[in-house]
Design a protein around this ligand. Structure first.
Ligand code: MYR
Length: 185
């Protein structure tokens, strides 16, 4: 029988992390529920979640760049990998995979098989059409806009709609070249 006594620091820390993750998931659920009550139309809720995510994304990029030490990516392929492997891990605690590249390397899918936002979630029939995780597409769109990439983000698969994974299609619409403030002489 294991000795009875205070739990190790690691065990307590893991427990605190799990409780924080659950609190985060439940809080997000409460926000979505409130939006459904206030806005009534699922389309409006989708828009609002996307906008909330965008507002988070344009701020979160600074924290991401500071904490991750990621520097300029050479191309959009590298950017997509950085989002999936480092960004999702940092802010959602899970990694994603990148697939379905188009021929010119400007459109791909980010696939999440595990998504803590939907733990405990079951959508009633009245919520068909709701993109429950739309905050995530907004976050990615906002963060990329701050590093000069205009994107269009679309949900292709959604486990809450019976799919086998979450799949976000990320399409690069425009890459605004950053201006170099000095003239080369
Ligand atoms: C660059 O080339 O300037 C680096 C670009 C890195 C973009 C990383 C965006 C991180 C987005 C995190 C999304 C988290 C979603 C939960």
């Amino acid at each position: 029988m294991p000795p009875v006594g205070p739990r190790s620091g690691d065990a307590i820390f893991a427990n605190v992390e799990r409780v924080n993750a659950e609190l985060f998931t439940l809080t997000y659920g409460a926000i979505v529920r409130q939006l459904l009550t206030d806005l009534e139309e699922v389309e409006e809720v989708n828009k609002q979640l996307d906008q909330m995510g965008y507002n988070i994304g344009i701020r979160l990029i600074d924290e991401f760049l500071a904490k991750s030490n990621v520097s300029r990516c050479v191309d959009f392929k590298e950017t997509a990998e950085v989002i999936a492997k480092i960004g999702f891990k940092m802010f959602l605690g899970v990694t994603a995979s990148v697939t379905n590249w188009d021929a010119d390397g400007t459109c791909c899918s980010i696939v999440l098989e595990d998504n803590p936002l939907v733990d405990f979630v079951e959508l009633p029939d009245t919520c068909q059409g709701l993109y429950y995780c739309n905050i995530l597409s907004g976050v990615v769109r906002g963060a990329l806009e701050m590093v000069s990439m205009k994107t269009e983000i679309t949900w292709i698969r959604d486990m809450l709609r019976g799919d086998d994974a979450f799949e976000l299609q990320v399409k690069l619409l425009k890459q605004v070249p950053e201006e170099y403030p000095y003239k080369d002489d």
